[in-house]
Design a binder for this molecule. Structure first.
Ligand code: PLP
Length: 387
């Protein structure tokens, strides 16, 4: 029976958000900054052990500021994972630079270190090294950070971690977003915690935070009158929305635990189904399981991911195809994509991967319904079925 539409990753309030939002109202501290923003930054700093953090009004703004603080500009190139949401790479174009995409690795579904190494070597030969590398931790899965970082170190190129989806995921016990020179989080409505809209920039250097702070506040100079030496942006998080973030921080760990339990239940349910495999988890990493995803083998299952999305929609369940790789997007037409194998891995993943409902508010009975409906589709379309 359909228990009402089951969404992929809806917002999930913990209960105390309103209290912090009311605090902003009571003190008449509605806009723009204030105590909630300061406290939210402190909480996030403590939680992630990041050296410096800056609360912003979106994850996209955080990537934009990361590039600006590195001085990325017209004529530069920036390497970026190709299998991701467009927001990872759009800011490269905002600053007038050119994105160069890097294929995925079968082992992590994230940036392939071999393809990255090849791209760097080729760029070094042409004296066209990128100004930055943006590595994405897709779905909360963690990229092969040590290898990627060592390639960046070899060529002295700064690494930005797009951890929009991976708040709370760890690599060798350290939080994603804190390992590269800079990192970003998103608190968009579908993320593991939300401020309805918001983001954060994390940096190793205090000077980076200072530069980003200035750019995020219209590049106002400290003067008795309005003085701007640079073009700035209006990118800070509002004190009202930071109140939602304060409440959400109280439930972040339990949201992660719930999503990890959801992943385990899918894993158990699909373990016996030939032709279905779970998303990969690299050794020494712990994903937050923001989204659980399965990969289909079309030699064993004769149903495209697009057909499954439509059929599940008909029974009230939102499942999604994997991101369409950015090098295939018309908006990035002409951009190069480096791959280590003859077959582009991200293109295969786009065809073969399905993201399943993973919200921390999903009940066990709702998940059982998702599994039942999905199994019905998969088993009815097994290539080796006997009929
Ligand atoms: C991988 C990735 N990068 C960047 C973003 C941008 O974040 P925001 O929506 O907060 O701008 C998102 C999500 O929306 C994302 O999933």
């Amino acid at each position: 029976m359909n228990e009402g539409k089951i969404f992929l990753s809806p917002p999930h309030m913990g209960g105390t958000e309103q209290h912090y939002v009311n605090g902003a109202f009571k003190t008449n501290w509605i806009a723009p900054l204030g105590a909630n923003v300061d406290s939210f930054e402190q909480k996030m700093k403590h939680y992630t052990k990041a050296e410096h953090v800056l609360a912003l009004n979106s994850g996209t703004a955080a990537i934009h500021l990361a590039l600006l603080t590195l001085g990325v500009t017209r004529g530069d190139t920036v390497f970026c994972s190709t299998l991701t949401f467009a927001a990872s790479a759009n800011p490269i174009v905002y600053v007038g630079a050119e994105p160069v995409f890097i294929d995925s690795d079968e082992k992590s579904w994230n940036m392939c270190p071999i393809a990255l190494g090849n791209a760097m070597e080729y760029a070094a030969q042409r004296n066209r090294l990128p100004k930055a590398v943006i590595v994405v931790h897709l779905l909360g899965l963690v990229a092969d950070l040590d290898t990627i970082q060592s390639i960046c170190d070899k060529y002295d190129v700064p690494l930005i971690e797009d951890a929009a989806e991976s708040l709370g995921s760890t690599y060798k016990n350290q939080m994603t977003g804190t390992l590269g020179e800079m990192g970003i989080y998103s608190f968009n409505g579908n993320k593991i915690i939300t401020t309805s809209g918001g983001g954060m920039l994390l940096s190793k250097k205090e000077t980076t935070r200072k530069k980003a702070f200035k750019l995020a506040t219209q590049a106002k100079e400290q003067a008795m009158f309005y003085l701007h030496k640079k073009i700035g942006y209006n990118y800070r998080l509002s004190n009202v929305l930071a109140g939602i973030g304060m409440g959400q921080m109280e439930v972040l760990d339990s949201h992660i635990a719930k999503r990890q339990a959801i992943f385990k239940r899918y894993e158990t349910a699909f373990s016996e189904i030939d032709g279905v495999s779970m998303m990969p988890v690299l050794a020494q990493t712990v994903p937050n399981c923001w989204l659980s995803a399965i990969r289909l083998d079309f030699e064993k299952i004769a149903l495209s991911t697009m057909e499954i999305v439509q059929r599940m929609e008909a029974v009230g369940v939102e499942v999604r195809m994997m991101w369409n790789p950015l090098h295939l997007q018309p908006s990035f037409a002409g951009a190069e994509c480096y791959q280590a194998h003859e077959q582009n891995v991200s293109e295969q993943l786009f065809q073969e991967v399905l993201c399943l409902p993973s919200g921390s508010s999903m009940s066990e009975s709702q998940q059982a319904y998702v599994i039942k409906e999905l199994l019905a589709q998969l088993l009815a379309n097994k290539v080796d079925r006997e009929n």
